[in-house]
Design a protein around this ligand. Structure first.
Ligand SMILES: [Zn+2]
Length: 309
């Protein structure tokens, strides 16, 4: 009798721990490189956006695709506005939430203007999972996105590439989306179309990798759910972030008056110094938000961006 009871207790403990070990969702940290006072690479053509701006745009497209097309994937960004989290903060954020994947988005530069193409960096070629994810992304760049892929590289050239890859505890890849010092590539990366294609190639590579890694999780969001989502996001799925600040600023402050729009202040639960974001508008689709964005920018908020609420 006692043995039977002991057996049942053991079985109960075993089955509980077994179900705990079965992952139900994965978390990916998307890290738009640079930001704030650190612009990253810049194009010779001053009309073009700097690397920090392009990284953010591509990162937001990537996160948007993951949220729209996949289920059971949690997206966390290291930044969603023009701020500079230190490399330490980016790494700590990913490690502290036990993220499963880390994808850093960058654009490249070279003193030789003819150099072009995409690269995916890993800390070391011996890190099989990072290498596998990087290969999937580069494969998508060359086959689906029609980019020149320069392949998967390890450690390598850039100091910033080393720190976020070296100290993150999970499979991590730093994607260089193209060279801003190459005129043709800079031009491409400065178009919304180019940013979307690049982001969707990274998305496809990521999706293909996680699908193979976690056969027990169903990632594909049902088609009808995707359609429902886009038609039911009537009241404000998107808004425009006009700025962020360390100290709270009154939303009725005179500096906002020229916008002639209600400004909403939100306090973020973040380790970043910039805890407050200020948003205007509420739009059903990203397209609508983008249309309003240009007006907001012309009213003095040049760095305004569209965010998902
Ligand atoms: Zn960079």
């Amino acid at each position: 009798m006692r043995i039977t009871l002991l057996f049942l207790v053991c079985l109960a403990i075993y089955s509980t721990s077994f179900s705990w070990s079965q992952k139900r969702e994965v978390t990916v940290v998307i890290d738009p490189g640079h930001g704030g006072q650190d612009p990253g690479h810049v194009s010779e053509n001053k009309a073009f956006a700097t690397e920090k701006e392009l990284n953010l745009k591509i990162a937001m497209f990537l996160g948007g695709y993951i949220e729209k097309y996949l289920q059971n994937v949690k997206v966390v960004y290291t930044r969603t506005s023009d701020i500079y989290p230190s490399l330490d903060q980016r790494v700590t954020k990913a490690n502290s939430i036990n993220a499963d994947y880390f994808i850093s988005i960058h654009c490249n530069g070279n003193s030789r203007k003819s150099v072009r193409g995409t690269e995916s960096h890993v800390h070391s070629m011996s890190l099989k999972k990072s290498v596998a994810m990087a290969r999937e992304i580069e494969k998508q760049f060359s086959t689906r996105a029609g980019r020149k892929s320069r392949g998967v590289k390890d450690k390598g050239d850039l100091q910033h590439s080393i720190q976020v890859l070296k100290y993150t505890n999970m499979p991590s890849v730093l994607v260089e989306c193209g060279f801003l010092t190459n005129d043709r590539e800079a031009r491409y990366l400065n178009t919304t179309h180019g940013q979307e294609i690049i982001a969707s190639a990274i998305f496809r590579g990521f999706r293909s990798h996680i699908t193979k890694q976690h056969p027990n999780i169903s990632f594909k969001r049902p088609e009808n759910e995707i359609n429902n989502n886009s038609s039911s996001t009537v009241n404000g799925a998107y808004s425009i972030q006009i700025m962020s600040s360390k100290q709270p600023v009154d939303p009725k402050d005179s500096s906002f008056r020229k916008l002639k729009m209600d400004v909403q202040r939100t306090k973020l639960n973040t380790s970043s110094a910039y805890k407050y974001i200020y948003t205007v508008g509420s739009y059903a689709t990203r397209k609508e938000a983008k249309a309003a964005l240009s007006t907001v920018r012309t009213k003095g908020f040049k760095d305004a961006i569209v965010i998902k609420q």
